[in-house]
Design a protein around this ligand. Structure first.
Ligand SMILES: Cc1ncc(COP(=O)(O)O)c(C=O)c1O
Length: 232
């Protein structure tokens, strides 16, 4: 492998933290082509999209685009113990493995790297994913999730609704001169109603557990509908 001369490009395959921005069709494939052409490393941040969130094990599988590196975290231990992992393509891996014998390959570490408790949690989580088919379960419930999410259309303040896999966003019209205030009101009202939501700007961003049942999806959107009717 030749040494890339440019900075790497890192993207979330679905930009979740910024409010669930689903990429246009062909976008990630095009990014891959551009990166190949200019010898730029492509990195997918799959901290949210990884481990079954889109109904495939990774967004890599969903979009059929192979980056050079994949960063993961949350789903790796089901979020119960802090841990992250980076996957590398064999091209990158080999570049490090071909280092001279007297050097340590991929010299990189933290105090708590590969902490036994985190590794145990990750291994147990991976077993549960395999046993319960959770890395592909979302493919079975994504349509139900989509319909339930889009039933919010027409409710007060709703200006856009976006989804992919088991990710959803309800964008609210901001209160004039007070951006984020309306979504924060929704957050507080939902919390009082026993529903924990995440807001980013004036967007309600949802990404519930992979084991969610249809009745729980109904509960989420039943509660959210009431919340939207109650806030200013
Ligand atoms: C998409 C995305 N990438 C990276 C991170 C950071 O993950 P960590 O704190 O596990 O390193 C987050 C955290 O919320 C995230 O949502």
């Amino acid at each position: 492998m030749t040494r890339p001369t440019s900075q790497p490009l890192i993207v979330e395959p679905v930009a979740c933290s910024t409010g669930v921005l689903v990429p246009p069709k062909g976008y990630l494939k095009r990014l891959r082509e551009i990166c190949d052409k200019h010898d730029i490393l492509l990195i997918f941040d799959e901290v949210i999209t990884g481990f079954g969130r889109l109904g495939t094990p990774f967004a890599v599988d969903y979009f059929d685009v192979i980056p050079d590196l994949v960063t993961t975290a949350k789903g790796l231990t089901s979020g119960v113990v802090p841990m992250g992992a980076v996957f590398a393509s064999s091209k990158i891996y080999e570049a490090f493995m071909n280092a001279p014998e007297n050097t340590i390959e991929l010299f990189h570490g933290y105090t708590y790297s590969a902490h036994p408790v985190a590794c145990a949690a990750a291994l147990a989580t991976l077993d549960v994913y395999a046993e319960e088919g959770l890395l592909t379960r979302v493919a079975e419930i994504a349509d139900y999730w989509e319909d339930a999410l889009h039933s919010m259309k027409g409710l007060p303040h709703v200006i856009d609704i976006r989804n992919l896999g088991l990710i959803g966003a309800i964008e609210l019209e901001p209160i004039a001169g007070a951006p984020t205030k309306r979504a924060f009101q929704a957050f507080l009202k939902a919390y009082e109603s026993n529903l924990l939501i995440r807001t980013t700007g004036d967007i309600i961003a949802l990404s519930p557990p992979l084991i969610i049942e249809k009745s729980q999806i109904d509960e989420i959107f039943g509660t959210l509908a009431n919340v939207l009717k109650q806030i200013d």
